[in-house]
Design a protein around this ligand. Sequence first.
Ligand code: FMN
Length: 373
Amino acid sequence: MTPEHRTSARTNRITDLFGTDVPVVLGPFGGVSSVELTAAVSDGGGLGSYGLYGYGADAIRNTVAELRKATAKPFALNLWIPPGDETTVLPQAAFDRYLETLKPYFDELALPLPHMPDRFLPDYEEQVEATLAAGPAVVSFVFGVPAPELIEAAHRSGIVVVGTATTVAEAVALEAGGVDAVVASGMESGGHRVSFLKPAEESLIGTFALVPQVADAVRIPVIAAGGIADRRGYAAAMALGADAVQVGSAFLATRESAAVPAYRAVLHSPAARQTVLTSTLSGRLARGIPNRIIAELSEANVAKAGLSEAGIPERRIAPFPAQNWLTGRFRPEAAAQGNTDLMSLWAGQSAALIRHDSAADVLAELLAGTEIL
Ligand SMILES: Cc1cc2nc3c(=O)[nH]c(=O)nc-3n(C[C@H](O)[C@H](O)[C@H](O)COP(=O)(O)O)c2cc1C
């Protein structure tokens, strides 16, 4: 294969759409994205993404200003669509009960117990307004189909809109809703299962089965995510009909990532060979490396659940977003202390394939897949 052929194999309709050199997307990491890693992937010719989960308008503006200082290349910003049925506030008694389950961890980390906040998440409309005003090349969404007015506003500003599907039906709904490209996220992926048409538990399709079916079902470009960490994964995804790959775990383990050293050490260790799907830490199903808190909370949710007055078993784990907020009061402190027992270790099934410590090396490794094709 000549170098010219290799170059042309790396540009396609998705690099045209995003304005990138290569069809590789850095997965956004809600709560763990870093300006440095996003800029490194964009500077390397891919599309760096930054996860804005939990960010208010000011934080979004500041982050984008930092991203602009760090790179002149295109990047993506990522938002979670509120599903509508989530609890924005809880009855005080329920809040207290859920907090009681978590009290041992606040005690262990010598943290005071939190009070109920006014809200568990920033206002979504404010997030959208700040994100579109910031003018990124791409805005990507999880947990639903972005509203038509939002997509129109993005398009008026020249912003490309990407949606995320965990099933073929979701990909079809996203295309019908007007997004420009779709991420097909197989259940191997690290982090939350972003299903929105059916419960996540009923939407667990592997990347190998999902990508070709989505490629057959939609005309818009398809970005394969989940389980891709090296040249073989890149080549396989492209052979299955993907136009690009989105990689999370392998980039999360690099030195440019915001994952604390203890987290990155686990990703590079044999412990990364096992991941589990759990809703104990956030109230929503997510994939990560098992640790003590997941084991104890799984146990607490089942074994210690009492009966309500109506005789219905009472949950010990709050629904999303309350549980994510509650555990989010101590997980950062656990991370700061390097305490891997009590932090979230979100990672995908390909975490054990991780070999590289820099974003440039991960990019080069993935792109070596063009030579296999
Ligand atoms: C720590 C962590 C946080 C994540 N947060 C988000 C997020 O906020 N939004 C999103 O679209 N995807 C999120 N993801 C999914 C990744 O962007 C990516 O699609 C996924 O990691 C790909 O699978 P892989 O880990 O097997 O490479 C997250 C993944 C991880 C590991």
